[in-house]
Ligand binder design. Structure first.
Ligand SMILES: CC(C)(COP(=O)(O)OP(=O)(O)OC[C@H]1O[C@@H](n2cnc3c(N)ncnc32)[C@H](O)[C@@H]1OP(=O)(O)O)[C@@H](O)C(=O)NCCC(=O)NCCS
Length: 185
C-alpha cells in the first residue's frame, strides 16, 4: 500500500539549506521566468512553449493531487524559490514513480541545492509515501545532473540511444533508478 494521503497533503520537507514545500500558483512569477531560461530548457529538453495562462492553471492545479507530488524548492533562510522537484507517474500496484528536478536558473546551479532536494524527495518517496522504486531520465550532455543523482543514490540502468532530438542533433537518454533499500548516501 502506498500512502496517497501523504501525496495529497505534501508535508513540508526541511533540509540543511533548502526546504521543499507544496508548489502552487504563488510561484508563478519565478516559474514563468525560469521557463524563459534557455540553459534550463536545453537541460530539461523542453520542446513545448507554454503560455502564461497554461502555467498559471498548471500551478493552481498542483495542491491536493493524490497521484503525484509537486514541490517548490526554497532557500531555507529566505524561502526564495530556487526550483521545483516532482514525483509523478506513480504506479500504486508496482509502488513506483518518476522523478524530475530543475533549478530556476544557472545562478542556482552547482551549490548543492539539487542534490539536497533530491535526497529530501527520495526520503519522502520511500519512507513516507512507501514507494519501492523511483526512476528518472537524464540526457547524455548533462553530467552535472547525472553526478547530482549519483550523489543521492540513483544508479544508472540503461541507455536509450538517440531518444532526444535537440536543435537538429540526436542525443542519448540515460535511465537511472533507485530502490527503497539501495544505499542513500
Ligand atoms: C541538475 C540540477 C538539479 C543539479 O543540482 P545542482 O544544485 O546544480 O547540483 P549539485 O551542486 O548538488 O551537484 C552537482 C555535482 O555535479 C558536479 N558537476 C558539475 N558540473 C559537472 C560536469 N560538467 N561534469 C561532471 N560533474 C559536474 C559538481 O561538481 C557536483 O558534484 P560534487 O559535489 O561531487 O563536486 C541543477 O543543476 C539543475 O536544475 N540544472 C538545470 C535543469 C536540469 O538539468 N535538470 C535535470 C534534468 S534531468
Amino acid at each position: 500500500m502506498i500512502d496517497t494521503e501523504a501525496l495529497r497533503t505534501q508535508p513540508e520537507l526541511t533540509g540543511e539549506t533548502v526546504v521543499l514545500t507544496q508548489l502552487d500558483e504563488s510561484y508563478f512569477e519565478t516559474s514563468w521566468k525560469a521557463l524563459q531560461e534557455p540553459e534550463t530548457t536545453r537541460l530539461t529538453g523542453t520542446h513545448t512553449k507554454f503560455t502564461e495562462e497554461q502555467v498559471r492553471r498548471y500551478l493552481a492545479a498542483r495542491p491536493g493531487l493524490d497521484d503525484r507530488a509537486d514541490y517548490a524548492i526554497l532557500g531555507k533562510e529566505d524561502r526564495a524559490h530556487l526550483g521545483d522537484v516532482v514525483l509523478s507517474e506513480i504506479d500504486a500496484d508496482n509502488r513506483s514513480g518518476s522523478f524530475r528536478i530543475a533549478l530556476n536558473g544557472p545562478e542556482f546551479f552547482g551549490k548543492g541545492y539539487g542534490t539536497e532536494a533530491t535526497k529530501l524527495l527520495l526520503g519522502y518517496a520511500f519512507d513516507v509515501v512507501g514507494l519501492h522504486r523511483v526512476s528518472l531520465e537524464v540526457f547524455d550532455y548533462n553530467p552535472r545532473a547525472q553526478r547530482a543523482y549519483e550523489k543521492a543514490g540513483f544508479l544508472r540502468e540503461g541507455l536509450q540511444r538517440q531518444a532526444l532530438r535537440w536543435e537538429g542533433e540526436w542525443h542519448d537518454v540515460i535511465t537511472m533508478a533507485i530502490l527503497k533499500n539501495d544505499p542513500r548516501p
